[in-house]
Design a protein around this ligand. Structure first.
Ligand code: KG4
Ligand code: ZN
Length: 359
């Protein structure tokens, strides 16, 4: 397959990503993560992330060029995350991209990180059947979207009114003493637990809430409920595979708490995504963002989509978390659609709305 040769740079949070694509063909996807440097703080420290991006960017770029076996001069365009994200972190990637574009005399495309999460699916599954729905679940965002055109028109149907799903994973992991980032470890531990052990709340699903928040989410009450449950049932005893809490009915393991929390997240995320498809007549939904790597969310959405004859598209877990390929492939789509390049003096936008695909 052919198409423009695009370099993509991602630096919105704690991953420095450099990807190279030719159209929808992935040539390289190198990621350097500073996650380990944030563990002892229980969350991303912006200054630490910015410095790590500075240190990692050139080596990651070199690795990507070597993997793709191309020279910088061959590239047709430079795409970069312009927002949303941490300001200091965004500025590092954007400055590097501007410098490369200027030095190589190639067009610059400042793109939306969230739209990149959806676009990455094109690498594996080809063009989107537009219009379609997208369930975007990441560390900072949780939204249900209608994609009219991935390069032109995206409408937000609903979003979280408080915490993002990934944020809830990270905060609950902290309460359970599981470290940062919380998603992967809860996903793993929950596999051995009983999802029905504790009936945690499903935010904004009551009839009275649905009228105003049909496609919105809320995870802050769930996060608080897990914290309160642990508080009221502690101290746990030490079982063979971690803490066990004694309840009136039966002992509850760490795996049971993790599985029950995860089930509450997966249940609301997937129920509202399927309801949106049904009510708006959309027959395909794309699941994307870091939390889309979650095994239970993927499985439950697959099950519910199959029951409603909705096609589920989902990038492989390794492409769900932040990376440069997602920005490169969105860049290639934007170039192919004939969009004008961004100005070299654009500023990073930490709160860029998902509807603004390019700066
Ligand atoms: O999209 P992403 O890499 O960064 C942002 O743009 O925010 O998402 C990171 C989030 C973190 O909150 C992390 O805990 C979560 O994705 N995550 C997961 C899994 N892998 C990463 N959450 C649940 N299950 C996973 N397997
Ligand atoms: Zn992301």
């Amino acid at each position: 397959m052919s198409g423009p040769l695009v370099l993509g740079i991602e630096s919105s949070c704690d991953e420095t990503g450099v990807g190279i694509v030719r159209g929808r063909e992935l040539l390289a996807n190198e990621v350097a993560s500073s996650a380990n440097e944030h563990v002892r703080f229980g969350g991303v420290v912006p200054e630490v992330a910015s410095r790590a991006h500075l240190q990692a960017l050139i080596p990651t770029l070199r690795r990507a060029l070597a993997t793709a076996d191309i020279d910088l001069g061959e590239i047709d365009a430079v795409a970069v995350t312009a927002g949303p994200g941490l300001m200091g972190a965004l500025v590092v990637g954007l400055s590097a991209a501007k410098a490369l574009a200027a030095a190589l005399n190639k067009p610059l495309y400042g793109l939306n990180h969230l739209v990149g999460h959806i676009a990455v699916d094109l690498l594996e599954h080809g063009p989107l059947p537009e219009p379609c729905a997208a369930l975007l679940v990441s560390g900072g965002h949780t939204s249900l979207l209608r994609i009219e055109s991935i390069t032109d028109s995206i409408t937000e149907l609903g979003s979280t009114i408080d915490d993002a799903a990934g944020e809830a994973y990270d905060k609950v992991a902290r309460v359970l003493g599981l470290g940062y980032p919380g998603g992967p470890v809860i996903d793993q531990i929950a596999a051995a637990g009983d999802p029905k052990a504790i009936a945690f709340p499903r935010g904004l699903t009551a009839q009275k809430d649905l009228a105003k928040h049909r496609f919105d989410y809320s995870f802050s009450g769930l996060k608080t409920a897990v914290g309160r449950w642990v508080e009221t049932h502690s101290p746990p005893t030490q079982g063979p595979s971690g803490p066990v809490w004694t309840t009136e009915r039966w002992p509850v393991s760490l795996a049971d708490v993790a599985a029950s929390f995860q089930e509450a997240v997966a249940d609301v995320l997937t129920a509202k995504a399927v309801a949106a498809c049904r009510q708006l007549g959309l027959d395909t939904v794309v699941l994307s963002g870091g939390v889309a790597a979650n095994s239970r969310i993927r499985a439950l959405l697959a099950e519910r989509c199959a029951a409603e004859r909705i096609t589920l598209r989902c990038p492989r877990p390794g492409l769900c978390t932040d990376n440069g390929a997602m920005i490169a492939v969105l860049g290639a789509e934007v170039v192919a659609a004939g969009r004008e390049p961004s100005q070299l003096d654009i500023s990073a936008c930490s709160g860029l709305p998902v509807s603004q695909i390019q700066l």
